[in-house]
Write a new protein. Structure first.
Length: 118
């Protein structure tokens, strides 16, 4: 049984969120939440919130489920739309500023079907 949660249009770059995702990919949910709680990155808060939502979705789908058996099957980070802004510079020039967004998807499953923990 798989449960999924998605956070879209998150105002953190995909590269920064992906660094956090590498820490928890394939781990048990309780271990992953503990890692995210002590990770001092902005992307950790986003991934933690999405992971909790996926666990909640799993409980709603299955009913009574042991949360200790849940494992992160898949965690994906993709680019969202990029907001383009311009900063005025000297001599009438302008510098582009790219404000990137990301889409985070977390899939949790019961059992040992996910990749092995590192």
């Amino acid at each position: 049984m798989d449960a999924r949660a998605t956070a879209r249009f998150v105002r953190v770059t995909p590269r920064k969120v992906n660094q956090v995702c590498h820490l928890i990919r394939g781990r048990h949910v309780d271990e992953a939440l503990q890692i995210l709680q002590f990770t001092h990155k902005v992307g950790a808060r986003v991934v933690e919130k999405t992971l909790k939502s996926a666990v909640s979705n799993a409980v709603n789908i299955e009913g009574k489920i042991d949360v200790d058996t849940l494992r992160i099957k898949e965690i994906l980070v993709g680019p969202g739309p990029t907001m383009k802004r311009y900063l005025p510079r000297a001599q009438g020039r302008a510098t582009p500023i790219l404000k990137r967004t990301s889409h985070v998807t977390v899939v949790v499953t019961t059992g040992e079907s996910g990749p092995a923990a590192k």
